[in-house]
Structures are given as C-alpha cells and as structure tokens.
Design a protein. Structure first.
Length: 408
C-alpha cells in the first residue's frame, strides 16, 4: 500500500471516528511526512479542541506552522505537450472531438443552464446542529414537524400542511441554515433559490423559470423549496413599474396555490430581511401564512457558532463561554467576521516576527474592540414598522423583543 493509499484509508477512518485521538494523530503525522502541512492544521486543531493541553496536538500544530523546514512534496508531473516527440498529438485529438464535446477551458462561454436542472441537494444537517434558538425550533415543530410525523393526530385535529413559512429577521442570523436544517429534519431534498435563478431578460422567461423551479421541487418530493430574499422575488406589485416583475409575482402566487391544493411533499420556505416589502397576496392563507422571527443568536447559539468558526484554526487558550457573553447582539456573520479579524492579527504578527503562532484570546478580544454588531440599522427600520404598521399583529414577536432589549 502506498503512502497516499494509507493516508486515504486513515482519512476515511477518522471521518468515521472523528474523536479517536490516536487515529487522528497518526494521520496528522503521515501528512507531515508527506509535506502536506496545511492539511495537518485542522487535525491538530481538533486534537486541541478535544484536549486543550494535548502535547501531541500542540507539537503537531507547531510543526505544521513551522515553515523553516523544506516541504518534501514531490514535483508536479509535467503537463502534456503538443510538441513533436511528446508521444500524443493533443491538437489532433481536440480537432477530432471538437464537434462532440463543448469547450471546457478559459475563453469558453457556456450557455445559461436551464432552471429545470436546478441543483437539488441533500441538506446534510438537522435542527440538532442548530445551537440555541429554541423558540424558532418550537415554531418549526408546530408548523411542520409534529403534523407531518403524526398522521393520526393530524387527521384528528384536521391540521393542514398547506401553505408556506416565512422566516424574517436581521441579515446574518442563519435563516438559510435553519431552512437547510429543517430539510434535513424532514429527510427531504433541499433547493435554494434566489432572484438570479428566476429573473431573465426575455419576456415570459421569468414566469417559466418560476414554474420550472416548482416542477423540479415536485419531481424531487419530499423537498424543501427555499426562496431566499423573497422580498426581491415577490416585491409589492403596487410599487412595481415593470410588467415583467408583476407577472413573475403572479406566477409565484399561482405556483404556491398549486402546491397547497394538489401537491404533496413540497414544503415552501422563504426568508427575507424586509417582510414589510413582500406583496400582501403572498402572506394570505395557503401561501406564506406562517411567520417566524429569526433574531441574533442567544448565548448557547453564540457559543456553538464560536466553536464552529474556531474549530479548524490554530487556536490556543480561547474561552468560548466568555466570548459568547461578550458578543450579545452579534449575528452569526458578525462572529465569523470576528474570527477572521483575530486570524488576521495573528497572521500579521507571524509575518512581522517570522514565527507563526497560535490565535489566542487576546487576538479575539482585540478584534472585538474594532468590530461592532451589524444589526443596528435593521432594528431602526424594524422598530418603526413594528410600532406603526402592526395592525394585524404580524410583528408582535418583534415588539416583545424590542421591549425586552430596550430598543423602543
């Protein structure tokens, strides 16, 4: 068995038993011997995550960061040549196959793929992977999970699975992640759709694209069709000057009615930062008639996000609980930005001193002095809407949050 084969086998074994310390350390040592230093860092970081005092993890990390030793990677094989004597006439082969295969390299201009071939993927996560956010999970359970899993009770209480679910809240709070986790919980296929997947310059194509997206979702049922930034796709028609966009919204309404009336196994979710800009017809019963507010992560969720963002980085002495407390009001995207900023500080220090080092608590807290929560402007707008445009009670959850956090 070659070294690459052994490494491949060990990688499969580590994937099956991620917390096997001896197995992961052995794999990291082989990667070092193969000169693959950058691949060692995530394994050493995981060892230090399991045991911050791990001597093996620290030694492996230091060796991976030590750039003074020359890497032992073999030279890359020479690219095939079309010159005489190379053994193969590449240009002749290209001419022979030119009419059969599309161009594959720089300079080609492939046609826009049809929406009917939109990516349909496995979610890969469940709600158990979402830290905190118990209120959101409870609402999702009542709206989708409990009725779907208990057919007898659903029939008894005449609970319908019709309609869609609208997730709204500040940007960067994990609405897409929650939608993907719900698809995993339902064991359904996941389709994420944005305005770019729908809008087309030719008249009639945008409506056709909407129809084909829903047809793809139905063909792959059970599926979760997730409309990201639905305010852009389904903006208020009264504010539109374009007949094309009005017709696109009309087509979306028709498809939603079709899903609610005659199609099983297609769960339609949407997310927006501006629910007040969504056309009122989309909010009627049978369409997006249920709304869930997704707020900045709570303490437990922030701790989970910190752990995920730091997991594959060379860190030492990080107090995740303290960081979770210091970042009240920060979104998941804000925390990811803090991790990047802390990594930049450590990287620049390594550049200046010539000695790579770990990312420490001091780096993260220094980044905290420079980075502020990004949700302020959103709450300024949302506060006015919740106070003066909440006749139907849609934003009662938002009002309670604003009062609790003294944002009114």
């Amino acid at each position: 068995m070659t070294s690459d084969d052994l490494i491949g086998s060990l990688e499969e074994a580590v994937a099956a038993s991620p917390d096997d310390v001896a197995l992961r350390a052995h794999l990291a040592e082989l990667l070092l011997l193969a000169g693959r230093r950058s691949d060692v860092v995530p394994h050493a970081a995981h060892l230090l995550h399991l045991d911050p005092r791990s001597a093996a993890g620290r030694a492996l990390m230091l060796q991976a960061l030590d750039e003074t030793e020359s890497a032992s990677t073999p030279p890359a094989p020479a690219m095939p040549s079309d010159q005489p004597g190379s053994g193969f006439d590449w240009r002749a082969a290209e001419d022979e196959l030119g009419g059969l295969l599309p161009p594959m390299f720089a300079g080609s201009s492939p046609e826009r793929s049809e929406v009917g071939a939109h990516d349909v993927e496995s979610a890969g996560i469940t709600l158990a992977d979402v830290g905190g956010m118990e209120g959101v999970k409870k609402r999702l359970n009542a709206a989708f999970l409990a009725p779907m899993r208990n057919e007898r009770l659903r029939t008894m209480y005449r609970k319908s699975l019709r309609g869609g679910l609208l997730l709204y809240g500040p940007p960067g709070c994990g609405k897409t992640y929650i939608a993907r986790a719900l698809a995993g919980e339902l064991q359904a296929r996941f389709m994420a759709v944005s305005l770019a997947d729908i809008l087309d310059m030719w008249v009639g194509n945008s409506e056709r694209n909407v129809h084909e997206l829903f047809e793809t979702a139905r063909a792959n049922a059970p599926s979760v069709l997730f409309l990201d930034e639905v305010d852009a796709i389904g903006h208020k028609r009264s504010r539109m000057s374009s007949d094309v966009m009005r017709n696109t919204v009309n087509q979306l309404l028709l498809e939603l009615d079709s899903v609610s009336d005659s199609n099983d196994g297609v769960f339609v979710l949407a997310a927006t930062n501006h629910p007040w800009d969504v056309d009122a017809a989309l909010r009627r019963p049978g369409r997006f008639d249920r709304t869930i507010l997704v707020l900045p992560p709570d303490l437990e969720a922030r701790a989970t996000i910190w752990q995920m963002c730091l997991r594959d980085r060379p860190v030492s002495g990080i107090d995740v609980r303290r960081l979770a407390k210091l970042t009240d009001g920060f979104t998941g995207a804000d925390i990811a930005h803090l991790c990047d900023s802390a990594a930049e500080l450590a990287l620049m220090d390594a550049v200046e001193t010539g000695v790579p080092r770990m990312i420490g608590q001091a780096d993260v807290e220094a980044a905290l002095k420079e980075v502020r929560p990004s949700v302020g402007p959103w709450f300024e707008t949302a506060r006015n809407v919740a106070m003066f445009a909440n006749e139907d009670g849609t934003y009662d959850d938002l009002l309670r949050y604003l009062r609790k956090h003294r944002r009114l």
